[in-house]
Design a protein around this ligand. Structure first.
Ligand code: NI
Ligand code: MN
Length: 227
């Protein structure tokens, strides 16, 4: 399986028969390494409702017919815009042709805004465990550190984890390194830093702190890891 970091928190998973796009934010993303119209996923996994995780989901799903796998309230919101969705909630596996998905807790928020800029709440944010034939990927979504990450690490053997390290809205490098201790993935890729000025978390600091616990791979947008 090839996992490509497309900038911010957007990840593209490709196997011989399946393409899964996670948290698509390409349009308006200054670090985007792809154009929304060049991606052809069969599935789109979304962790929460913020625009920097959902921006291109509806146009891509409409063009490709992809099914959006996400949390229940966000799935209802997206369905109302005319796309196919599979709404799950935290803690239960749901099977798909490529394998299975389970949403984990995330300490964050999940909303969009209406036409006057007022927040519309879209249920609870999540992380996503994506189990595929070739391995298990964990995308933590946006989150603070929490000790129940230990349970996620005990639940599945994570081959590849994507963890936010940006500070301000999400964990910084120190807390993210602690999360690596709890999750013990084989390989971890830091994400959600450097896109906008508040996201000051330094991936080199994260690599220094987390390097004892897992193999840390710092990907520039557009670069991939194979698992
Ligand atoms: Ni967010
Ligand atoms: Mn975010």
């Amino acid at each position: 399986m090839k996992a490509t970091f497309l900038g911010h928190a957007t990840v593209y998973l490709e196997t011989s028969d399946t393409k899964i796009l996670i948290d698509p934010f390409l349009t308006g993303n200054p670090k985007a390494a792809a154009k929304a119209e060049d991606l052809n996923p069969q599935f789109i996994v979304i962790t929460h409702g913020h625009d920097d995780h959902t921006a291109d989901a509806v146009p891509i799903a409409k063009r490709t017919g992809a099914t959006i796998i996400t949390t229940y309230e966000l799935s209802v919101w997206l369905s109302s815009q005319g796309v196919k969705t599979s709404g799950q909630n935290h803690g239960g596996w749901c099977k798909y042709p490529f394998g299975a998905v389970k949403f984990t807790p995330a300490f964050h928020s999940s909303s969009t805004t209406d036409e006057r800029g007022r927040p519309i709440y879209l249920g609870e944010p999540a992380g996503a465990i994506i189990q595929m034939k070739n391995g298990v990927v964990f995308h933590a979504g946006d989150t603070a550190l929490f000790s129940d990450m230990k349970l996620i690490g005990e639940d599945v053997a994570i081959d590849l984890a994507f963890l936010p390290i940006g500070e301000h809205y999400v964990m910084g490098p120190k807390d993210a390194a602690k999360a690596v201790e709890f999750l013990h993935p084989k390989v971890v890729v830091p994400i959600h830093y450097g896109t906008f000025p508040p996201l000051v978390g330094d991936p080199k600091e994260f690599a220094r702190l987390a390097g004892k616990e897992a193999k840390v791979v710092i990907l520039q947008p557009g670069e991939s890891v194979d698992i």
